[in-house]
Design a protein around this ligand. Structure first.
Ligand code: SF4
Ligand code: SF4
Length: 257
């Protein structure tokens, strides 16, 4: 029997699921190797009950109805992998974690009483243990393929823990931070995108989130030395991965008067 795969969506834009579909050259092989039991973005098959050998979960926990979905997915899955910024740290929608969500509701929706939402956008790992978290908004498709392959053959995914700076140097880009004074979060950001933004002479805004042991304090000091006010430095850390603990802590330190 083929291993059963589920792809589950919570609060998200579907970009991570589309990354899986973007594996055009490998998609047929994936379909042959796996029984795709539940993947509503791609298939009319509907089997949310499981059990599953591998579940990829996209999106943050933002509504009360998503809490039992996550708990059920954990209970029914041998391996549960959180893919993308929303599932890993709450995503861009976690910006509301610093605000009054009731106020946002009344500003955005004509009938806020119809909306059921949690006060905070939470990562999946805050509710249940996850076997792996793949960074990115969205993740790199080759890294996603490596994660699927690794869990199929029963090993840890081989995703190198390194910064965007290393990819940037390997690609031969001029450092936008040092050479042009453009603020760049590459030194504290997990690699995977191939240093896309510095390659276009733009600073990295960390859509792959903090790398392991990121020295956010040192980079933030340097950004201030280059003339960014502390509040602006805080804002730079408080974006797609703003609720990730290292970035959250750094933005809190910088916004203090
Ligand atoms: S441009 Fe950014 S990512 Fe590239 S080396 Fe400089 S700081 Fe690092
Ligand atoms: S923001 Fe950073 S991590 Fe995201 S694509 Fe640009 S360089 Fe890569």
């Amino acid at each position: 029997m083929k291993p059963r795969l589920a792809v589950i969506k919570l609060a998200s834009c579907d970009g991570c699921q589309v990354t899986l579909l973007d594996l055009e050259d490998e998609l047929l092989a994936i379909g042959e190797a796996l029984d795709v039991a539940h993947f509503t973005e791609a298939s009319s098959r509907f089997d949310p009950d499981g059990p599953f050998d591998l579940t990829l979960i996209e999106g943050s926990v933002s509504q009360p109805r998503q809490i039992p979905i996550v708990r059920h997915a954990r209970a029914m899955s041998k391996r549960l992998v959180a893919i993308g910024a929303c599932a890993n740290t709450g995503g861009l929608q976690a910006l509301r974690n610093w605000a009054n969500h009731e106020e946002y509701l009344s500003l955005v929706y004509a009938r806020p009483e119809y909306i059921e939402t949690l006060a905070e956008s939470k990562p999946v790992s805050e509710l249940v243990p996850v076997d792996f978290e793949l960074n990115g908004c969205p993740p790199d498709r080759h890294q996603l393929l490596e994660v699927i392959t690794a869990f199929l053959v029963g090993r840890r995914p081989n995703i190198r823990s390194e910064s965007v700076c290393l990819e940037c140097k390997r690609a031969g880009h001029v450092c936008v931070h040092v050479a042009y004074g453009i603020p760049c979060l590459g030194p504290v950001t997990q690699a995977g995108c191939g240093a896309l933004c510095p390659g276009k002479r733009r600073g990295c805004y960390s859509c792959f989130g903090p790398r392991e042991n990121a020295n956010t304090g040192s980079l933030a000091d340097d950004l201030e030395r280059k003339g960014l006010p502390p509040a602006e430095v805080a804002r730079r850390f408080r974006l797609i991965y703003g609720w990730a603990p290292p970035f959250r802590a750094e933005s809190a330190r910088r916004e203090k008067p």
